[in-house]
Design a protein around this ligand. Structure first.
Ligand SMILES: [Zn+2]
Length: 117
């Protein structure tokens, strides 16, 4: 896992709590998996030293399948990372894991983050 940003860049640390309301509106119901996705996304982005994707600066591989909680988790990830299916910068691998791999397209860095439940 790449843990540092280039030293000349000042990156704002992502805080999952700042995206909770937006995530709840986007996702539509209260559940534990969407906030877990927010936290996982924030942790991965902070490890990479990247900011929320406005266009296609990040590409995210999600390792989930299609079960209900996995979709909730991905909604949290999409909310905080700015990677969306609409922008085609989310790829689902169907490994059946609650994990994500955001990749910074410009610097080529990536972080693998998986949850152990
Ligand atoms: Zn949910």
């Amino acid at each position: 896992m790449r843990l540092s940003a280039p030293p000349q860049m000042e990156i704002t640390m992502m805080q999952a709590s700042e995206y909770f309301d937006l995530g709840l509106k986007f996702h539509g119901h209260k559940c534990p998996a969407m906030p877990l996705g927010l936290r996982a996304g924030a942790a991965a982005m902070n490890a990479l030293g990247v900011e929320r994707s406005q266009d296609k600066e990040l590409v995210m591989q999600v390792e989930t399948g299609d079960d209900h909680a996995a979709g909730c988790f991905v909604d949290g990830l999409m909310t905080i990372t700015g990677c969306t299916y609409g922008k085609s910068n989310v790829k689902k691998t169907y490994y059946g894991k609650m994990g994500d791999v955001p990749v910074d397209v410009e610097i080529g860095g990536q972080a693998l983050l998986t949850l152990s439940l």
